[in-house]
Design a protein around this ligand. Structure first.
Ligand code: AP5
Length: 194
């Protein structure tokens, strides 16, 4: 049973690493960014978002702003209560604020689950920017990338201390090649899957 949170700035490699972890360990990968992008992309015949989540999130995601905590917390509460995640999960892009981190702990207590590790992929800001620009997703405009990096520093970096104090934080050099980063994560996770 593995329960992981993957933290890192925009372009740190969270999705890249989670995809490999999912394929290798068969874990359920929950990417809040991907879920929001899919909800925004699903449009009805009038060109409006089909879901309430897509409607609520669209303007925030396009500008690189954070979707309000209340929306994200409610979404995660519902997602982690579903049957497919009872054998473990990887959260990619959540939590992103101190409030989300605290609420996640309350939720896990309620569900009688425990987080194993919060894995932080450390990558310098210039590299975050270069990778995001090269990828060229629709929300990868230079302005939105700058804003995501700024918000990462302001709102997400403080969570590192939160997990460090709880002896859950594992820092990994995310500037190394993709395979090296995956090996470092696997070494951390191996002890849990034995
Ligand atoms: P989200 O999708 O989570 O965006 P992000 O954090 O900005 O992260 P990215 O998806 O851009 O990057 P990544 O770390 O997954 O890197 P990747 O593997 O793709 O969220 C999008 C938006 O949704 C947010 O801006 C916000 O609006 C909203 N949102 C989401 N969660 C939220 C929450 N909890 N609360 C509020 N709002 C929320 O890699 C990037 C590129 O680098 C790829 O091309 C890859 O091939 C390359 N690469 C990866 N690793 C390496 C490596 N080691 N070496 C060289 N290249 C590499």
């Amino acid at each position: 049973m593995v329960r992981l949170v993957i933290l890192g700035g925009p372009g740190a490699g969270k999705g890249t690493q989670c995809e490999q972890l999912r394929d290798r360990l068969g874990l359920v990968w929950i990417s809040t960014g991907e879920i929001l992008r899919q909800a925004i992309a699903a449009k009805d015949s009038d060109g409006d978002c089909q879901t309430e989540l897509g409607r609520q999130a669209q303007s925030y995601v396009e500008r690189g702003e954070l979707v309000p905590d209340a929306i994200m917390i409610q979404f995660i509460q519902q997602r982690l209560s579903q049957p497919d995640v009872q054998q473990g999960w990887i959260l990619d892009g959540y939590p992103r604020t101190a409030f989300q981190a605290e609420e996640l702990d309350f939720l896990l207590e309620e569900l009688q689950q425990q987080l194993d590790y919060a894995i932080f992929l450390a990558v310098p800001p210039a590299e975050l920017k270069a990778r995001s620009l090269a990828r060229g997703r629709t929300d990868d405009t230079p302005e939105a990338i700058e804003r995501r990096i700024e918000l990462f520093e302001e709102r997400t970096v403080p969570i590192l201390e939160y997990y460090d104090l709880r002896k859950r934080l594992v820092r990994i050099d995310g500037a190394k090649p993709i395979e090296d980063v995956q090996d470092a994560i696997q070494t951390t996770v191996e002890t849990l899957v034995e």
